[in-house]
Write a protein that binds this ligand. Sequence first.
Ligand SMILES: Cc1cc2nc3c(=O)[nH]c(=O)nc-3n(C[C@H](O)[C@H](O)[C@H](O)COP(=O)(O)OP(=O)(O)OC[C@H]3O[C@@H](n4cnc5c(N)ncnc54)[C@H](O)[C@@H]3O)c2cc1C
Length: 477
Amino acid sequence: MFIECPISFQTKSPSLLCAGKIVLLPVKANDGITWKVWVLSTWVEELVDNPGDKNLLSLPGPNVTDGAVVETDVVIIGAGTSGLMTAARLKALGTESVILERSVKIGDSWANRYDSLKFHVPTSNCEMPYKFFPKELQSPHRLSKDEVAEHLQQYAREFHLNVMTSTIIQSSCFDKKEKKWTLHIQVANNDVKTISCKHWFRLRVLTVAVVGSANTAFDVMRDCWEAGLKTTMIARLPTYIFPYEYVMDPHGVGAYDVMPLDAADRLLNTFPSTLDGQFSHGLFAHLASQEPDRYSALSKAGFPVLNSRNPSTNVIQNLFGRGGGHYIDVGGTDLIVEGKVDVRGMVEPTAYTEVGLRLSDGSHLEADAVIWCNGFSDRNVRATAREILDDPSYDSRLKDGVLGPQEIVEQLDASWGVDIEGEVRGVWKRHLLMENYWVIGGTIQHQRWWSLPMVQQIKLALEGNLPPAYRDTPTAA
Ligand SMILES: Cc1cc2nc3c(=O)[nH]c(=O)nc-3n(C[C@H](O)[C@H](O)[C@H](O)COP(=O)(O)OP(=O)(O)OC[C@H]3O[C@@H](n4cnc5c(N)ncnc54)[C@H](O)[C@@H]3O)c2cc1C
């Protein structure tokens, strides 16, 4: 039990309208109970001098992308949900930006994924600021990849965001004195190529091994089974599985279906992440205790299940620590229980053979195709930054005070995981050593909430009004 007290206050320089909450816990004292502050959480609601104007979004911006030299205050890399909502929030504060997207079309990062991809959270949880999904795409409907891709295209079009597609970054550097970035980019040209060949062949796939046992693996497994393929899932370790109904519970993310978006955002985004993890564990463990046999048949079929009553399960930790690792059960486990898909539990592939995979228990699995669903490859922001910024032929050290890709990467903080204060480490925040460089990502809920303080800080920095950052957060977890 705790008492949550909302607070509001204003700061002078910069002039900010702020809100927060103090959460009090009862603690036993000699003469009864005293209430102690457990959580103090504050956030900026508005820049007083510039609260933002949604009407700016409908105005076509200046055509900044035509000339050989593009001048802009902010460059955003990637026109996914993070990039587009950051650009829209900046535009509402009166700042134009340029988005560089490597795909041919906006939304391709969704459109090009596997067929069965559908969101595992209600649409109300995935809204982007200023433009919501239409009514027919709300719960109980689950968003498909193509619906998200289409929404992103409409979003960019409707708000006249400056997106340059088919763009490859060739080099980038940061001038410490001028505090300016310079990027060289290769943009799309209209060259057309014809490919002629003498032979073509068709690969015949009948059996498939799906390596992995979390969200993507279950979705891909369903696609394979629906395509009539003999499918086997390889579950290397016990995997945390919980039903979609738990996610939809109004005490958790389902809150988005029963209260306004702003209210649900304030409820669910303003606790330290460590506590969010404990709350979601408590809720899911309670729901699981009411149906202790929910996954008995799955275990019996050979799938190593971690269910929500296991004290090690914590979906927030999974999301912030490793970007997944669990399965939100939207029906995929039935395929294993009903014997439609095979499972090999507690083993991992050790080698390819001519006709399949050798497994760690010495057994062999026949497979015409192996699909690896073993997690994101870009969890380490330093490696990703290096890939995006790097150009071996560019030697920044020739100029004094200019940082090249290698030096920039060395100055970046770690991104995911939580610090001792229970806060996510390096995403959405100012970096300790690297100026004017921001990282945004995570689920759409987190992108929506955190993009606002991020662009507020960018705006204040552009105006020269950004105060120094709070720097007492411990670095080691
Ligand atoms: C299978 C699956 C299911 C998911 N389900 C959910 C869900 O139910 N709910 C939820 O909230 N989230 C879900 N997510 C998480 C989802 O990925 C994030 O919410 C969201 O896509 C992240 O948005 P983003 O804009 O940060 O990254 P992305 O969507 O990955 O966009 C990044 C963009 O940057 C571009 N890009 C990358 N590198 C470069 C470069 N060098 N130059 C130029 N452009 C570049 C890419 O082409 C892409 O368009 C799911 C993810 C997956 C894979």
